[in-house]
Design a protein around this ligand. Sequence first.
Ligand code: F6P
Length: 486
Amino acid sequence: MDVHRLIAVSNREPYEHHREHGQLVCKRTDGGLTSALDPVLRRNGGTWIAWGSGPADREAVGADMSLEVPPESPTYRLRRVWLSQDEVQDGYRGYANQVLWPLCHITLDRITYLKAYWPAYRSVNLCFADAVLKELQRTPGPVWIHDFHLALLPALVKAAQPADPVFVFWHIPWPGPEVWHILPERREILRGLLAADRLIFQTHGHAEAFLQCAHDFLGAVVPATRDQVLYDGHDTRVIAHPISVDFQMFSEHARSEAVDRAKMDLRQRFGLRPGVRVGLGVDRLDYTKGLLKRLWALDTFFSQYSEYRGKFTFLQIAIPTRSELDAYQQYRDLIRETVEEINQRHVAQYAPATIESASWNPIELHEGRIGFDELVALYRMADLALVSSVYDGMNLVAKEYVSAQVGETGVLLISQMAGAAEELSGAIVINPYETERVAEAIKNALEMPRDERRRRMLRMRSYLSAHDVHAWVDRCLDETLTGTHR
Ligand code: F6P
């Protein structure tokens, strides 16, 4: 497989253009998908087709709707797809984010289903198909489609170009038939995906659930090897390969002077006195990340182990996401209110004796994006990182934390519902629903002997150095792959 001619396709683009004070400014976007794939295309070149979501995106492209990125040292092409307001509103915000997202994360009460959503979702997929087919005419190469926004795209591409290899990576969980059963368009989604040559999931559990759905809803043939689906005369390999991060890039950056400087700045900015231990959460402000449960666990921790008042602060970086949707606005407000209430209560009970200790806050909530130096500095300085997703395809923050932990002193606490928990054997696995146990796990992490922390972190670092994002790409696109769950 010629990875240098790869055509990657996703809804979210890696770089957006904005106009600021009359200048055209290029900014990185958020989310695990773009942070994982960008280093891959940076290294190998190729083309990335994605929705031009930035307000000044049209000003930055040439006649072929593309530009070279990353801006500081271009190595690959970004081709932008333009979506209409209805396609964005009903297709992306509606069907993708208010139907498929909560469905796949089994937060079924969050589903809002309107009739207009499905035609718009189809229309989004048709726009992408048009761009992919034009790209294939220009420079043929393997097509690699990403995520739940584009489930119909494999069939649309294959109908026009049956000989071109089409792969799909499904970044989020794939639940079982009992969940998909509530989706009226489940068969269309399955047919769309089954036109691909290879369908890759984060975990064996998700791959297995997909096979079950293909069998139950389409009557597709699933051989006993449980690694392929035969449907409508086509054979689709179905495998599990967990996505990863650029381990080396994080590790090297974590040792840089810029990160050392950022560490000092951050301690100052958050008013962290010397000796105050630090916990860290970095998440998009998404209800699947279990932020409320995390706050309840922190509340219990500070009540139960009150000796940690004034001695431990939890930094929560909350990156705004999908903020046009009510569910996300309400969740954000709830998080803000809860943090405020917890902080007030514990600060009052702490009864500070000195002016310095009065500056202590149990939880520091930072809403907004942070720069790369700061992110890596936070990963380096955090005594523990807490991932409490109620369901998560992978959770790359967990892998980034381990990659940046070059001092090998930190402890990772990860939800059993995040894909990464299956791989990161040195982590403390938590159940986000068990509030008191999570509080206890935080205490145990803070009191864990240095040797054990080191042993655990080394084990995970050694695993990730061999299973980084580049190894993941090689394995996903490996031509010799027979399709077993490897
Ligand atoms: O990883 C799941 C995912 O939906 C990606 O597809 C997406 O880029 C990311 O989360 C962020 O969400 P959005 O693109 O809706 O901002």
